[in-house]
Ligand binder design. Structure first.
Ligand SMILES: [Zn+2]
Length: 280
């Protein structure tokens, strides 16, 4: 465990918001950001992710998979690519926190030239060996070994895992070509789905503060972007079609509606001030 200052304003003036096992999730009294004050040591982090990827099954990634989770992931990735293709049809795409590379394989099938960044050697090796995708094993928030430049960089549910999301965003920004677009998606602390979940369900699996270190709202994600000097952004709103059942789909639309969406979707444009974005 270590003591951590606010990742946005870097001060250490907090009040406790949640306790989860031994973890303390606090609100910064200076800027309002909600974050994990006592994360696990950085040297233990990679071990944690290796264990995370070792424990999961490895079914084949396809729309017709016998595994419902894989079919759901496929549909989500298809929607993410629809969002990207509303702005860019082709180009060099870097997925940060690419895991086993499912999104990258999907993007490649849509015509993008793809590479990934991943902290887990196991997950990165899967993408390299099974999907033939270039994956850089490194932490984008610390020293990293990338020298390329990209038209599109994606961070799907990654920023909330970072110890230093400001450094991560600044590093990622330096890899984006002029006119490029950064696509960010994070869980939303203000979502109705999160608010309604009982404590035992809020922090299950990958949502546990063993993994998540920042807890974003729309306002606090804007705050972080602006702290990094990234002011040319636009909110979007993806409602995932993850269920074929009408009532479940209806309930999901309600839970995701308006400002109560489960996820925040933001595109940040590099030197494209006049870009127009439609919201869904
Ligand atoms: Zn702060």
């Amino acid at each position: 465990m270590q003591i951590r200052n606010c990742p946005v304003c870097r001060l250490n003036k907090t009040r406790l918001k949640y306790s989860v096992d031994e973890f303390r999730i606090v609100t910064c009294r200076e800027c309002g950001f909600v974050y994990l004050a006592n994360p696990i040591a950085l040297e233990d982090e990679q071990h944690n992710y290796e264990r995370y990827f070792r424990s999961a099954d490895l079914p084949e990634y396809s729309a017709a998979s016998s595994d419902e989770n894989i079919r759901g992931a496929w549909r989500i990735n298809e929607q993410r690519l629809g969002w990207i293709k509303a702005h860019r049809q082709t180009g060099a795409l870097l997925d940060v926190g690419c895991g086993r590379g499912y999104f990258l394989e999907h993007a490649q099938q849509h015509g993008f030239i793809v590479e990934g960044v991943e902290i887990s050697r196991l997950a990165g090796a899967y993408a390299s060996e099974h999907l033939n995708i270039t994956v850089h094993i490194c932490s984008i928030e610390k020293e990293f070994n990338l020298t390329g430049s990209y038209d599109i960089i994606t961070l799907w549910h990654v920023l909330e895992h970072m110890h230093n999301p400001r450094a991560a965003l600044e590093n990622v920004w330096s890899l984006l070509k002029p006119g490029g677009i950064l696509f960010i998606q994070v869980p939303n602390l203000h979502s109705l789905k999160f608010q309604l979940s009982p404590a035992a369900r809020k922090w299950r699996g990958g949502n546990h503060p063993r993994y998540h270190r920042s807890f974003f709202t729309r306002a606090s994600l804007h705050l972080l972007l602006e702290a990094c000097g990234l002011e040319n952004y636009a909110d979007s709103h993806l409602i995932y079609r993850t269920s074929d059942k009408y009532l479940a789909r209806l309930a999901k639309r309600v839970l995701n509606s308006g400002d109560l969406d489960s996820f925040l979707d933001i595109a940040v444009f590099k030197e494209q001030a006049s870009m127009f974005i439609s919201t869904q």
